[in-house]
Design a protein around this ligand. Sequence first.
Ligand SMILES: *[C@@H]1O[C@H](CO)[C@@H](O)[C@H](O)[C@H]1NC(C)=O
Ligand SMILES: *[C@@H]1O[C@H](CO)[C@@H](O)[C@H](O)[C@H]1NC(C)=O
Length: 525
Amino acid sequence: MNVLLVGFIFIVEILSVFQCANILFFAGAPSKSHQVMFQPVFKELSLRGHNVTAIVCSPLKDPKLTNLTEIDLGGLYEIVYKEGNEVREAMKKYIQLKPDLLTVFSKDMVLKNIYHQFGKYILDMPQMQTFLKEDHKFDVVIVEWLYPTFAALAAKYDAPLIGITSLGAPILALDTVGNPSHPVLAPDQDLPMPRDLTFKERLMSGLYAVYVRVYYHLVVLPREDALARKHFGKDIPYLGDIEKNISLLLLNRNLVFHKVMPVVPAIIELGYMNTNKSVGKMDPELQDFMDKSRNGVVYFSLGSNVQVLELPKDKLNAILNTFKNIKYDVVFKINKDTLDNKPKNVLTRKWVPQGAILKHKNTKLFITQGGLQSCDETIINQVPVIAIPFIFDQITNADRLAKYGMGKYLDYEDITEEILTEYINEVITKPSYKKNAIILSKLYTDQPTDALEKAIWWIEYVIRHKGASHLRYPSSDLPLYQYLMLDVLFLVFLALSILIFILIIIVKLCICLSRKMFETKTKKE
Ligand SMILES: *[C@@H]1O[C@H](CO)[C@@H](O)[C@H](O)[C@H]1NC(C)=O
Ligand SMILES: *[C@@H]1O[C@H](CO)[C@@H](O)[C@H](O)[C@H]1NC(C)=O
């Protein structure tokens, strides 16, 4: 009897501890490198028995995942990569505009507008409109924390909100959880500021930190709020308030690789995604090319945002001539099926299983744009690099790789056949680059758990406690004058002034008195 009772209680306990939750996952950036980082997260949540709805640009489409419903935003790739599309043109402009004191502000405006267009395209898609009309209940809403519009999903379903990024976070994202971001110690990750800051860079970072917030609150938020209100209902709270109601921010930051900065408890630094667990498969021709290479393979890819064939002619020719004249074989990722005048030692592909190539024993060097996913994979596989950064955090990442001595930083304006050839030969033949890659790799992966475990644990934590407002660091909720302690400083200043004033009067009085005494004394004499 007792045994039965204990057994019964045990089963009830288990059932009450394990909750199947309804989870909404949204990732709206039409960029493979972002999407690839999110796929394991919503897949794993569904495997653990949660009922997951994923609205994403790159769905998994795996019929075995029975607890996963996907709404495919893949059409967004076609829209924004079509020649002549306004977003495509804006993107090109954004990539080729070199950031400096003047352009850094206009670049940000271009980018925010691109995000706005993404949001509009997504919300106009029929599958999205159907979904919004249906009746759903969610226990948590997880949103890619790139632009604020879709945070409104949390308000629509009255559920706790979690932000996730495939990168670190820009200042604005840090602001939503109240994380301090000092413009000199931790400049915005999108700013092109590789090394210890010069005065000009400190000035730029300081001005940028003010500008980006003013522009966001005066222009971006009201614009996105209007868009959200149109599609998620007129009665939702102001988008800026929804955004600040966030429970957690999961960032793909690594303690070793990213700039060290203090983080509040609501920020979870995921560390690293163990991408080596599931590397893709090479097609037979590629596999053969890799296996049979006599002197080793150079792998060249500028990722999914920068199209190498769109680089200025002289740069592209310098790259191709270099390939022709080196003794190594080259796997060249381009955005076309064929390449005119392709050198014999070059194999081109539109898509490559990057992890598998980097893992291959014949890979000697990775020439990369320094996107975070590429850095992650090359560090894990200990492959030295030449980093040619263009946008976003690529400049900072490329600089980190060079600083750790696992490769060289090459400004794309400096590309010539001579320099590229020299760099390739140096990085492959000098042993220090490989040695440093091994050292960094060990530091990078030495963590208590991998990113996926951490992400799942914290998402379930928010589900269990219906939010995490108890973790909130309230700095962003204070009025600015209180945060900067202006009222306190004013009072102290006032009190000091009064004190000094009184002191001056006393001193003056004393001088006066003593003079009088002195005068009367001399008169008597
Ligand atoms: C689906 O969820 C159930 C629990 O609700 C779980 O037992 C099962 O393993 C899950 N199936 C898959 C394929 O994820
Ligand atoms: C904040 O989130 C909770 C649910 O977690 C919700 O009840 C509340 O209305 C939200 N407030 C705003 C301003 O979004």
